[in-house]
Write a protein that binds this ligand. Structure first.
Ligand SMILES: Cc1cc2nc3c(=O)[nH]c(=O)nc-3n(C[C@H](O)[C@H](O)[C@H](O)COP(=O)(O)OP(=O)(O)OC[C@H]3O[C@@H](n4cnc5c(N)ncnc54)[C@H](O)[C@@H]3O)c2cc1C
Ligand code: FES
Length: 349
């Protein structure tokens, strides 16, 4: 009976579906694609803000340290980006929050921080990510963060009050640029964490040797690190050399590009666009630059939101240099956010 009523409703409402009307009236209802409504944009620093979002009823919750993919229209184009969740799990209003730092020329980060208004509806994915504390909490923890890398760690600090011995080493250009600066200093004043702030404008960049000096019992601590790729690589090398590689967990906001090569001509069969791409630029970036509307998500090879079939040609994985080739009709799936053209290639999009 229900199916027949729905069929009838579909006939009456064509070309829109009944669900399209329901989406207009109640975009957060369960059963709809997961969406969220931005309830508030709270400035944190001159270029960072916390975005409070009321998720749709099918939101399944998250573990502190995880991230959520957010789809938002910027200049009429739907863009997807990943943001770490910073909210308290126990919020009584049921909202979640992410904290975004606007980067120079960043499409989505500037839009969210400077131009988004409460009431905006965004698309969401369920939370995901492995950058979380283990079920058995470490007796001693060290967090090393820089810039917006504080966000997943703030999510953990706000929710894991049971951590007894925490050192946080955080670096930002100046004291005023420290996102959550007041809250972190208050946690330190309460004795919940030992906070080591490094302001790079006066102190210079944070390096692994300096951290080892600042935290003498580093070898006894499980360490979580999040920040620029260069900082994470230096920490990973230092921890590995000290035989502590398995006690360091890092979260990257961008992929590590290891290998580049010759580019080529990329054509998008269904879209009809053809462009020249160099061997160092992800096909996703090159296509968006040329105005092609592309599926995307984390933009760093972990969510598979950007996968498209390669009909013919060759692409190189920028993380390891591996070349994937497709003969006509093969339709091999490639992650466009970490793949660059390696000669001519034809993508089914
Ligand atoms: C798992 C995960 C969690 C994340 N969590 C957060 C978070 O909590 N808060 C937050 O602010 N960001 C976070 N990010 C980064 C975020 O997803 C976007 O990459 C960032 O907001 C930039 O997007 P944009 O559209 O503004 O920049 P784009 O328009 O995509 O890029 C503009 C320019 O900046 C460069 N660029 C892109 N991303 C970065 C970056 N992260 N750092 C420096 N240069 C960059 C690009 O190469 C390009 O040249 C996370 C990323 C991942 C993968
Ligand atoms: S956008 Fe996430 S894997 Fe490519």
């Amino acid at each position: 009976m229900r199916d027949r009523v729905l069929k009838l409703a579909e006939l009456i409402t064509t070309p829109l579906l009944p669900s399209d009307y329901l989406d207009l009236v109640d975009p957060l209802r369960s059963g709809a694609d997961l969406r969220g409504r931005i309830e508030a944009v709270l400035p944190e620093t001159r270029d960072a803000a916390t975005i409070v979002i009321r998720p749709g009823r099918s939101w399944k919750g998250h573990t502190p340290g995880q991230y959520v993919r957010i789809g938002i229209d910027v200049d009429g184009v739907r863009q997807w980006r990943a943001y770490s969740l910073t909210s308290h799990l126990g919020r009584t209003d049921g909202c979640i929050a992410v904290t975004v730092k606007a980067i120079p020329d960043g499409k989505v980060s500037n839009h969210l921080v400077h131009r988004t208004k409460p009431g905006t509806i965004v698309q969401l994915d369920q939370a995901t990510g492995e950058f979380v504390l283990p079920a058995e909490r470490p007796a001693k923890a060290l967090f090393v963060t820089a810039g917006s890398g504080i966000t997943p760690v703030m999510g953990m600090l706000r929710n894991h009050r049971e951590l007894a011995d925490v050192v946080l080493v955080h670096s930002a250009p100046t004291r005023d640029d420290v996102v959550f600066g007041d809250e972190l200093r208050a946690l330190a004043a309460d004795g919940r964490i030992r906070l080591i702030e490094r302001h790079t404008d006066v102190d210079g960049m944070l390096d692994a040797a300096a951290i080892a000096e600042l935290v003498p019992d580093l070898a006894e601590r499980a360490t979580w690190a999040c920040g620029p790729v260069g900082m994470l690589e230096a920490l990973e090398a230092h921890w590995a050399a000290a035989g502590l590689g398995d006690r360091l967990y890092s979260e990257r906001f961008r992929p590590t590009v290891l290998v580049t090569g010759e580019g080529g001509t990329v054509s998008f069969t269904r879209n009809g666009t053809t462009l020249e791409a160099d061997g160092a630029t992800p096909i996703l970036d090159a296509a968006e630059e040329a105005g092609v509307l592309m599926p995307s998500g984390c933009r760093m090879g972990i969510c598979y939101g950007c996968v498209l079939p390669l009909r013919e040609g060759a692409v190189r994985d920028l993380r390891n240099g591996e070349v994937t080739t497709a003969a006509p009709g093969d339709g091999v799936l490639i992650q466009t956010c970490v793949s660059a053209a390696a000669g001519a290639c034809d993508i089914d999009h």
